[in-house]
Design a protein around this ligand. Structure first.
Ligand SMILES: Cc1ncc(CNC=O)c(N)n1
Length: 235
């Protein structure tokens, strides 16, 4: 029986025992590195970040996380509509629930730094990223594509902030909590659970959905780079 191109593609990955997501991280290692070892992150790691840059990131990221909530909810809905509605929904629901505490943390952190969250004006890179999230919420966007974006978004922050916590870093004490929020091992484990979901979906996906998911993976990385650039940019 003739194998479909997608089955050949999937077989190739199965036999090589490399996940599709790992192959993407290698294939797109330069943009992945730009997103996870950005000068903004390195300035936190070496303690050279100035407080206006940190305060700018804090305000902008609060706006982003508010837009991230309905996006994660839309991924949960897509997961529930999948035929084999398996443990995916539990993991995604856990991610959604954690955003409640995250928003509380942003409000507390903002008052510590005297950032007024209500008067933050979303900058262009943030608006572009949030409208990209909104575009992925459309019902015609497949679950595999949406959950790929979700995994990529979480992994960029986990990889970035865990780098800040590694030995040899000189993060200022007042930034340690921020780094630990996304750099801790529990969040790392959660990102691996998301990565397993993505790889399982990709194994079953058609060749054109795999291509769509790969493009979305790259687009997330590009938006993350722009978001860090914005945070480092002029006030
Ligand atoms: C710009 C951006 N990307 C990823 C994350 C991490 N996800 C939720 O907190 C974030 N907070 N902000």
């Amino acid at each position: 029986m003739e194998l479909e191109a997608s089955e050949v593609e999937a077989e190739k990955f199965k036999s090589k025992k490399t996940n599709i997501t790992d192959s993407w991280m290698k294939k797109h290692s330069s943009i992945y590195k730009e997103a996870t070892r950005h000068p903004f992150i390195l300035s936190i790691r070496d303690g050279t970040i100035d407080s206006p840059s940190f305060k700018k990131w804090l305000g902008q990221d609060y706006i982003y996380v508010r837009a991230f909530v309905p996006f994660v909810a839309s991924v949960l809905v897509k997961a529930c509509n999948e035929l084999d509605d398996s443990s995916d929904t539990d993991i995604i629901l856990g991610g959604l629930a954690s955003l409640n505490d995250e928003i509380t943390w942003f409000k507390e952190e903002a008052s510590k730094w005297e950032v007024s969250l209500t008067s933050v004006v979303p900058q262009r890179a943030n608006l572009m990223y949030c409208s990209f999230l909104k575009s992925l919420m459309r019902s015609e966007i497949e679950y595999t594509v949406a959950v790929t974006a979700f995994w990529a978004i979480e992994t960029v922050y986990q990889d970035s902030f865990s780098h800040c916590l590694e030995d040899g870093s000189k993060i200022p004490e007042e930034l340690r909590e921020t780094c630990q929020r996304w750099g801790n091992n529990g969040f790392g484990q959660y990102c691996h659970f998301l990565q397993n979901i993505v790889d399982r979906c990709l194994e079953k996906a058609s060749i054109d959905i795999i291509a769509k998911a790969e493009r979305v993976f790259i687009t997330v990385l590009e938006h993350e780079v722009e978001f860090w650039n914005m945070s480092k940019g002029e006030i």
